[in-house]
Design a protein around this ligand. Sequence first.
Ligand code: SDX
Length: 436
Amino acid sequence: MPKNVLTLTDQRTDKTYEAPVDEHGTIRAMDLRKIKTDPEDFGLMTYDPAFMNTASCKSNITFIDGDKGILRYRGYDIETLAEHCTYLQVAYLLLNGELPTPQQDKDWTWEITHHTMLHETTKHFIDGFRYDAHPMGILVSTLAALSTVYPEAKNVHDPESRQKQIVRLIAKMATLAAYSYRHRRGHPYVYPDNDLSYTENFLNMLWKMTEPKYMASPVIARALDVLFILHADHEQNCSSTTMRVVGSSQADPYLSMAGAASALSGPLHGGANEEVLRMLDEIVSVKNIPAYIKRVKAGELKLMGFGHRVYKNYDPRARIIKSVADEVFEVTGRNTRLDIALELERIALADDYFVTRKLYPNVDFYSGIIYQAMGFQPEMFTVLFAIPRAAGWLAQWNEMIQDPEQKIARPRQIYTGVGQRKIPTTQDEKSAVKVG
Ligand code: SDX
C-alpha cells in the first residue's frame, strides 16, 4: 500500500527527505524547512507570487470545483440556494453552518431588521464627502468609521461581541450603501422601514421619495435577493483573503472589512462589474465587437467580466444571473447592452484565444447589465457586490478567529536588494558613490 508521503532528494547534498501528504493532497510548507545544505542554512521555502498554489487556511464554508463549475455554500449547490432561499437565510447558513429553522429564521431576521439604523454621526460623516465621491470610497471609509462607534468590537475573542458586530455589519451594509447613493444623488437619507424585508428595505432606502410608504417591485426585490445570494461568498478570493489577513492581527471586524472592501474595489475583482458596463458602452453596437475582440487578442485590453483564477469552465453564477436578467427585463424593458453582451460571449467562446486560455464569463459579466436595468449607476455596482459579500467576509473572519492553527499572517520574501553598504564618510568615498 503506497504511503501518503512525498520523498524528496536534494541533489545538492544527496540527502533524501520525506514529507507527509495529508488527506487533502497537501504538504505542510514548514516541512520543507528541514531541507538544508548545512546546519546554518535557513532551509527550503516555496516561492508563490499571488498564492497561485498555496492553501492559506482550512475552511468549512465554501467549496468550488473550477473545472466542473461547481459552487457550494456549506454543501448546498448555489443553484439550489438561489432557487429556494432568501439572502438572509444564506447569510445565516454561511455564518452558522446550517440553514435556519423557521424560528431561527424569524429571530435572525428580527435581529438584522433592528440593527439597520446608523448612528447619526455616521450620516454627518457621509455628508463630508464631495457630491461625486465614488460610493466605494464612501463605503470603505464609513466601515472604518463604524469601528469608532463600537469600540467593544476589538474584543475579537469574545463570541458574544463577535456575534453583535456580525449582526450590525450585515444589517448596516445596506444602509451605508443606500446612504452613499442618496448622498451622491443629493437626496435626503431615508430611514429603514422595519415592515420590509432586507432587500425591499434596501430599495426603500435607495429610492423612496415623497410617497408615504415605499412599495418595492416584488420581481426586482427577488432578483436583487438572488444576486445577493450569488455574491455572498467565494472561498479565498482576494477580498476574503484580505479580511483574514487584516483580521489575523486581531484588528476589529469593521477595520478588517474596510480592508476587504478596499480589495473588492479593484477592477480585477469586484470592480469588474462596473468596467463591464463601460466596455459594453465603448463597444456601442454588435457590429463593433470583432474590432474590440481584436484589440483584446492583441493584448491591448482585457475582456472585462471574462476569466477567473479558479473557474476554468463556466462560472455557475453567470449562468444563473443570465436567467435572472430575463425576469428583470420583463419589468424594466430589455436592455440593448444585453444583446451586445450575449453576442460578445458567443463570439469569444468560439475564438481559440479565449478557449485555450479557458476564459468564460464570470459573475461580473452579466450582473452590471441587470443592475443598470434596475436603475443603478455603474459606480454603485461594486457596492452592490459588497453588501452580500459582508456575510462571506464575516463567516471567513469568524472561522479564522476560532482556528487554533491561525496566527498573524506574515509571509516570507526572497530578498533581491543590494548587499550591506556603509554611508561614505571621506570626500573620496562620497565622490565614488553612484547617485540615482
Ligand atoms: C471576481 O477570486 C474570486 O473568486 C473572485 C470572484 C469572487 O466571487 O470573489 O469570483 C469575483 O473577482 C471575478 C473576476 C472579475 N474580474 C474580471 O472580470 C477582470 C477580467 N479578468 C481578468 O483580469 C482575469 O481573468 C482574472 C483576474 C479574473 C484572473 O486572472 P489570473 O487567474 O491571474 O489569470 P491571468 O491574468 O494570468 O490570465 C491568464 C491568461 C493571460 O494570457 P497570457 O499571458 O497567458 O497570454 O489569460 C489572459 C491573460 O492575459 N486573460 C485575459 C483575461 N483574463 C485573463 N485576456 C483577456 N481578457 C481577460 N478577461
